[in-house]
Design a binder for this molecule. Sequence first.
Ligand SMILES: NC(=O)c1ccc[n+]([C@@H]2O[C@H](COP(=O)([O-])OP(=O)(O)OC[C@H]3O[C@@H](n4cnc5c(N)ncnc54)[C@H](O)[C@@H]3O)[C@@H](O)[C@H]2O)c1
Length: 326
Amino acid sequence: MQIITFMNCQKMILVTGACGQIGTELVKALRDKHGNQNVIATDIRDVTDTSDGPYFRLDVLDRGELQKLVSELNITHIYHLAAVLSANGEKNPIGAWDLNMQSLLNVLEVARIENLQQVFWPSSIAVFGPESPKELCGQYALTEPTTVYGISKAAGEHWCRYYHQQYGLDVRSLRYPGLISHSAQAGGGTTDYAVDIFHQAVNKGSYACYLKDDTRLPMLYMPDAVRATLELMDAPAEQLTIRSSYNLAGISFTPEQLAIGINAHLPDFTISYQPDKRQAIADSWPASIDDKQAAKDWGWAPAYDLQDMIADMLLHLDTHAHENFA
Ligand SMILES: NC(=O)c1ccc[n+]([C@@H]2O[C@H](COP(=O)([O-])OP(=O)(O)OC[C@H]3O[C@@H](n4cnc5c(N)ncnc54)[C@H](O)[C@@H]3O)[C@@H](O)[C@H]2O)c1
C-alpha cells in the first residue's frame, strides 16, 4: 500500500526542446529537485552524452512518438520548450507556425488523453505589439503581435486556457522576456544580443550590436527564469488566476547600458551598432513589463538586477579572458 502511494506521488517529467537555451538549465534544475532518473530530456537533436540522466531523441511534431514515450515512461508532467524563436521565425513564417502550434497541440492532446498532472509551456513578451503600452505593459494589455512567433504565442495562450477550462488540464505558462544565460547559446530570438555580447566581450573585446544603442527591452537572468518556472509549477492551483500566461519581468535595459555595465569589468571592451531586421521586431515590443499579478498570485520577485547579472555572467564565462581585458 505504501509503495503504491509513493508511486502515485512520484513525478516523471518529460522536457521537450531540452537541448536549447532554457532546456539546458531547466533540466539541470529539475534533476536536482526530482532526481536525475525522473527527468527525461528530449530534443530533435542527437545527443550521445547521457551521463546526467535519460535522453530520447523526439520530434515533438510526431504525436504518436510523443504519446508512446509518455505512456511507456509513465510521464506525469511535460515541460514543452521546443519552438522556433522570433528572429528565426521570420525567416520561415509557415514553418515557425507549424512547429510552434502543432507541437503545442500535440502536447496538450497527449496530456489530456494520458491524464497528465501538469504541463508547462512558455509564452513570450512577443505576444505584445506596437499598440501595447511601451512602459509597464500590463497582464491584460492589447496583444496584437507583428511577428509569426508572437502570433503563435498569443494563439498558444488561448489554447492553454481552453484546455484548462474545457478539460481541467493543469497547464501553466509564463511570458518570458529575453533570457540571458552562459551555459548555452541563444536560440535565434531578437534579444540574443544580450547573450552574444558577453561571449564576444570575453573572446574578442568588441561587439557589433544588431540593435540601436537605446533599444530598451525586458530581460531576465536565467537563474531567475528557472526559479520562476519552478515556483509557478509548485504554486497551489487555487492561487492561480491566469491560465493563459503570466507576465514576467526582471530587468529592462538598452544595449548601451549593458555595454557600460560590461565596461566596468572590462574597460577595453567596445561596442558598435549595426541595426538589422531585428530592430523592427524589437521596436514592436514593450520596453518594460508589469508582472504584479505573478507577484500577487504566487509571490514572484526577481533576484538579479543589471549589475548582479553582468558580474555573474562574466564570472561564469571566462575568468581568464576577463582578467586579460581588465
Ligand atoms: N530564450 C528566450 O529568450 C525566450 C524568451 C521567451 C520565450 N522563450 C520560449 O522558451 C522556449 C525555449 O526557448 P529556448 O530559448 O530554449 O529555445 P532554443 O531555440 O534555444 O531551443 C529550442 C530547442 O527545441 C528543439 N527543437 C526544434 N524543433 C524541434 C522538434 N520538432 N522536436 C523537438 N525539439 C525541437 C531545438 O533543437 C532546440 O534545442 C520556447 O518556447 C521559446 O519560445 C524563450
